[in-house]
Structures are given as structure tokens and as C-alpha cells.
Write a protein that binds this ligand. Sequence first.
Ligand code: SF4
Ligand code: SF4
Ligand code: SF4
Ligand code: FES
Length: 593
Amino acid sequence: MDIYINGKKCKAVQGETILEVAGKNGVRIPTLCYHSDLCLAGNCRICVVDVDGARTLQTACTAMASNGMKIWTNTPRVIKARKMNIQLLLGSHFGECYTCPRNNNCELLKLAEEYGIEELPFPKKGKRTGALEITPSITRDPDKCIMCGRCVRTCEELQGVHAVKPVGRSSDIHIGTFFDQGLMHTSCTMCGQCINRCPTGALYETSCVQPVWDALADPDKYVVVQTAPAVRAALGEEFGMEPGSRVTGKMVAGLRRLGFNKIFDTQFTADLTIIEEGTEFLTRLKRTLVNKEKGLLPMTTSCSPGWIKYIEHFYPELLTHVSTCKSPQQMFGPLAKTYFAEKEGINPAKMITVSIMPCVAKKYEAERPEMNASGYKDVDYVLTTRELAKMMKMAGLDLKDMPVEEYDNPFGISTGAAVIFGATGGVMEAALRTVYEIVTGREIPFKNLDITPVRGMEDVKEAEVTIEGVKEEYKFLEGAKVKVAVAHSLSAAKKVMDKVRSGEAEYHFIEIMACPGGCLGGGGQPIPTSPEIRKARARAIYEEDESMTIRKSHENPAIKKLYEDFLEKPNSHKAHELLHTHYLKRKRFDKVK
Ligand code: SF4
Ligand code: SF4
Ligand code: SF4
Ligand code: FES
């Protein structure tokens, strides 16, 4: 059908909103409560447009296009209404843009500037009404909330967690938690997806920037940094580069200029995870198929701390299914403070380990009391991709101008299998590349090692691999069809875990990542996020895999040396002490105090 936007004929299909048709035709209509990942709310009325024949202004995000419709996006009454709505929002908002962590990309501030808001007819009176809520991962500032509801919809629709919701009545209404006890007393997974979709500074990561500056400035400290796979596919966006720009070497150069003593790669411990987790999977298969033990399969991955907290709250009776492997971040910490410290003659008490992560749940994970296998806090500080960009800008560094440099050794050596950890399906693909070869002695029979059935943005993916021609010690697997599933976002995790709980699932191995798209869509990644942005980042990650000389974790020479020199063999006693962990059964909510 045809509709007319500002007099121009535009093609539309049944079921499309005015906003969607306008977007496809290059007409920008401003929005606030709308987000491309979420269902429609239609509560901010920033997107209003004039429609011929309609008495009142229509909200473009909810109004459906119909044949012959004539729409005007910039009439005086449209501009006046939008301006008034922005003024009302600003009037109920505690504006302190100078010190607000979102002042470089606040959607409300941008709208105020675009619409030339010079005065507030309804200024907010008095002082702050709510206190900051500070958790290890997330800080909530209720005074900067504009009640758009994006966080609520994110938590409900994408994550299925329902940790936040509107509470109170009339003028007292606000976004709160169960009995307003705070996120730490709910089943909030600390995934930070609500941060990525909040248009203002009402939600942001709890910052570790200052303590990291302090450590870097302390001559008595030896500061090592690790960078997660997904950071290199997104950091460029903070410096104006296109989504999907690969900036690995430039990021390494930037970190070196910030003064870190060693620049290491979490991909090294991602490869290590594959060896430890793959070995654990084969042991679980044998115990199930040969010894007929129960409760060991399907095994689920354990690298996503948001997923771990989710299963602890929502499926505590299934915790025996979770791999005991720590996440790559938490494998890195104890190895840096034991193996590397011993090798280099560094006193681990003076070593500070910093992680650069696409994730805010990793901040919470680093604070878990069991994460001190080295005898010290294994990971001292976790910075998000956004915080790293902030530090680089503070130091006057522009990523675009950085040369391309290499990681330091030994923890800078990694494989293509490790980089794909950053995308949904990547851990499964990396594990299958290794497990199949260990069992059969041959490469997995997928063209160019690309296990395409586990790739892509479908929320739940399934695949089956038949194992034939096995080595003598794996005779119990001859002819076995290994069934795997991959889920990203916690609502997708629910679909899979409900099947496991009911006994309907026939899977052997399940990968679950808490965030949409996997870590590349993590709560610490550059804002905004959208399906297109996440696809671009995934492309960058798979290109990086293609570009690497070694693409299977078990071929990483530095990992082989680590076992020879220190860990002895996969799943050894020492490996268990340093690299494996246990989980906690949690309730959904704490008791009301
Ligand atoms: S949320 Fe936006 S408008 Fe409000 S203080 Fe922060 S930058 Fe300013
Ligand atoms: S916290 Fe942010 S996302 Fe949630 S309602 Fe407030 S402004 Fe919107
Ligand atoms: S961090 Fe995740 S689980 Fe917690 S409130 Fe935000 S979206 Fe919900
Ligand atoms: S963006 Fe349309 S009503 Fe909020």
C-alpha cells in the first residue's frame, strides 16, 4: 500500500507502524519510550505526528499505517506538542548534566537540544527524592528516571526476570523492586540489559574507573589487564567508528599507553575453558552412558555470570547440570596471581588484575566470595567497554589514531575458537571443534570448521553431531548422536531449561548466554544497542576467527605449555582448585524486612 509522509509517497506493508515506514524512508521521528528490541509502550508521546483526518496527534510508534494515509511529521502543532512533552519530562527530572555519567549520549538531553528547550515552565522543585542504589554491577538513580518503562520491558520480555516494575501510586509512582528492597534482594541477574536500553542516566554501571587509575599511578603495584573477546568488536563505536569495526590491535596499543604493565587476552583463558569444559563434558558423557549416573546431562556452559545467577534463582534444583568451570575472566585471575606471578617473580600481593568486559554481571562475579583461589581477590577490578573508552578519552587517546600492537605473552596467545566466545553459539562451536577432534582424532566435518547451525540470532538453536570412528578410549561414544542447544537472553534460557526440568529435552550440551547476541550484546557494551548493531558486531567476531592462524583451542601452544609447566593435565587436582567452582541455591526474593 502507499502512504504519504510529508507529501512524499512511501510504500508500506500491512502491520507496519508509521514509525517503521518513516524510518525505512529516511524520515526520522524522535522517540523515547520506543526501543527496537522491545514491545510498544506508547507512553512518552515524543513521537507524535499529524495525520490528515485525525482529530488528535497520533503516536507514530503505535499507530499503524493504512492505505492512502497522509502523515505530517513536522507541523507547528507537532513541534509544539513534542516540545511541551520534553519540557514536562525535564520538569520531573533531576537534571545535573555536568556530572551525569550519560551526558555524552543521553537521549533526553539530545532531544532538549534538538528542540531548542531554553526554559522549563514546570521546573522540579526541592531536592532529590530518591537515594542512589549502588550494587556491585549497577547504579540506579531514581531522580533521573523518566518512567519510559524500557527497563521494565527489558527485564520482563527479554530476560524474563521481572526484577523491576512500576510501584506506588499517582505522583509517587516510580520504578522499584519487590517491596522496594533493592536489586540485591531480588532475583536480578546483574545482566545490565536495562542499562543498555535506559535513555537517561537513571541506570549505569557501578564505576571502577577511579580505583584503576589509582592502581596505575601506584609505583608499588604491578597492574595486568585482560580483554574479553567481544570488547574488540564494539569499542570502536565509542570513538565514532561503525558498528562491527575490529579494533583489537588499536585497543592493545591504547591499554599500553594507559600504563598497564602487561596486556593480556581473556581469549587465552577462553581456550583453557574449552579444554577444561570439554574434558568435563566427556567425563559426564561417560558417567551417564557407561555408569548410568543421573543428573549430569545435559551439561550447560558456565561462562556467563548473568546466566549463573539466573539458574541459581530460577532453577536451583538443576545446578548439578552446570559445568563447574569458572568463566574465562575468573580463570585468568588466579592464573595471573599464581603461575604468571611465580614465573616472573612478582609478589602476588602487589599484583592488581583488571578486566575489560562487555558485561556488568562480571563486576558482581568478581565480588563473589569464592573467587579467591589464588589466596587473593582473583580479579580486582572489572571495567566495561564503556569505562575503558572513558579512560582512554580522559588520557587524551583517540582509538582511531592508535597504532596496531600485539598482546603480551604468555597470556596473549589465543585462537579463533576463543574469539567466537563473544557471539551466541561461539562457546558451543569452539567446544565441538575440540571435543570432536579429541574423540576421533579428526577435524569436525564442517566446511572451514564453521559450525553454522549454532550461529545466528535465532533465540534458541539446535544441532546434532554424529560421532563415528572414535579412538579406543572413547568406544562408548561410537555412533552417538550428540545433541546440543544454544540459547541467548534469559527468556530463551527459560524455554530451554523448562524442557530440561520437564525431562522433555534430549540435549547433551547446552550453551546459555544471558545477553541477546551473547557477550557482544552485553550490558557493558556501547549504547545504543539494536538487532542490526549486534549483527554487525557478530560479523566482526567471525571475521576475526577467520583471520587467525590457529582456530582450535587444543592447538594453542601457550595452553599446552601451561599444562606441561603448571596444571599437569585437564581437570587435574590443581586445575580444579584454581579453575573450577561451585554454585549457590538462591530464592527469588529475600524475606521482607
Ligand atoms: S539523564 Fe540526561 S538530562 Fe538527566 S542529568 Fe543525565 S545527561 Fe542530563
Ligand atoms: S530507569 Fe531508565 S529505562 Fe527505566 S523507566 Fe526510568 S528512564 Fe526508563
Ligand atoms: S540487570 Fe538484568 S535482571 Fe537486573 S533489573 Fe536489569 S534487566 Fe533485570
Ligand atoms: S516513542 Fe512513541 S510514545 Fe514514546
